[in-house]
Design a protein around this ligand. Structure first.
Ligand SMILES: [Ca+2]
Ligand SMILES: [Ca+2]
Length: 383
């Protein structure tokens, strides 16, 4: 709660809240009597959400307000069960506070136990991506702090090893030549395995009533090198049928180019296609409907396995190492592709003594664990 003191907005002093932590519907705030013409409620959104207010009532209750106490923040560590990427977890934490004592609230993810290193994409965001450098059982901790008091919540995660080949489609942005208003192009790479080509449960991409040549497209923020596809066609037995023919295309930097391959057509299963590896930022599946419209329920695109050479870096005692923003992947045919990398957090304490430490990172888009050996030399800068 804030009021306008004639010059500026200031916090209403000594707010006693019931409940202390915000909840849906009724929230009661008592405070010593004050005189003002303008009151307002200042709300901080939960990460990834928005806030709405249904009703605000302000009273002169005539009663003494109870004393205001700083209540420790609320913290809940959870994972998104629908996120399926081996060796990684989508953390979906919740932190809340009574805005006392200073209106600040921080969230911090850390590892409690587990066989490997945990790389948090954003260690200070309640919702973030965690990557596990080794398979096994982990316990992660979300700490919420208001500057004076803190609360911890833990979550247990069993991590699998990161496979060399993954479905990179889920990291791409989908678009299409046309989408029926009641269908969704986001259906093509949402990671849901369809129960049949006439899926009446999950969202779908379809082009009814458009016929002829239609396409769906995947676009990646950084180049990927891929050599296989699994596509599950939509066929409702009516206006949307299997394509008469289809083909894959890739963006060569100037235009979409047909990929030579054998293109099978089948209902109620993934149709697998191997093709010569291409390095690209975008692919299209072009479907031709001769007497009906076409559609796709799910489209997977698989990368070629790649390696990243271990890095060797140097730093001085108590100076954070300059970890590179990108690393170079090498594919079997000798192709090199630069990939952005997220590094595990390195603190000044980690490099406080001369010696050697290993810092782990994970490449974005196609996850691959990267290892940097950092040699810590004696003496401070200039020493
Ligand atoms: Ca508090
Ligand atoms: Ca789907």
């Amino acid at each position: 709660m804030q009021y306008h003191n004639g010059t500026t907005w200031v916090d209403v002093p000594k707010q006693a809240r019931s409940p202390a932590i915000p909840r849906a519907d009724y929230n009661h705030v008592q405070f010593p009597t004050l005189t003002a013409q303008r009151f307002r409620v200042v709300m901080t959104h939960q990460a990834g959400h928005r806030t709405a207010l249904k009703e605000l009532q302000v009273f002169h209750a005539g009663a003494h307000a109870p004393p205001a106490h700083n209540v420790a923040p609320y913290a809940l560590a959870t994972v998104d069960p629908s996120f399926r990427s081996a060796g990684q977890a989508r953390l979906t934490g919740v932190v809340k506070d009574d805005a006392l004592p200073r209106g600040t609230l921080t969230a911090t993810w850390s590892k409690v136990r587990g066989p490997g290193t945990v790389i948090f994409a954003q260690p200070n965001a309640p919702s973030t991506l965690a990557t596990f450098t080794e398979p096994g059982d982990y316990t992660l901790k979300l700490t919420a702090s208001d500057g004076a008091r803190s609360t911890e919540s833990t979550v247990d995660i069993t991590a699998a090893a990161i496979p060399a080949v993954v479905n990179v489609a889920t990291a791409a942005t989908p678009t299409a030549s046309y989408t029926s208003p009641w269908e969704q192009v986001a259906a093509i790479n949402d990671g849901i395995d369809p129960p049949s080509s006439n899926d009446g449960v999950n969202r779908r991409w379809g082009t009814w009533p458009e016929q002829g040549e239609q396409w769906v497209q995947l676009e990646w923020p950084n180049p990927v090198r891929v050599n296989a596809s699994d596509i599950y066609f939509f066929d409702d037995g009516g206006g949307v049928r299997l394509p008469a023919s289809w083909r894959l295309q890739y963006w060569n930097g100037q235009s979409f180019v047909d990929i030579p391959a054998t293109y099978d057509v089948a209902a109620n299963q993934y149709v697998h296609t191997d093709f010569p590896g291409v390095t690209t930022t975008s692919m299209r599946a072009v479907l031709v409907g001769e007497t009906a419209s076409v559609g796709v329920l799910e489209w997977q695109v698989h990368n070629e396995p790649s390696t990243v050479d271990p890095l060797r870096l140097e730093t001085r005692q108590s100076v954070l190492p300059a970890l590179p923003a990108t690393v170079t992947r090498t594919y079997g045919d000798g192709t090199h592709v630069d990939s952005p990398v997220t590094w595990a957090t390195v603190t000044v304490k980690d490099v406080s003594k001369p010696g050697r430490i290993t810092v782990y990172g994970v490449t974005n888009d196609i996850p691959l664990i990267v290892e940097a050996t950092v040699e810590i030399r004696r003496g401070r800068q200039g020493g």
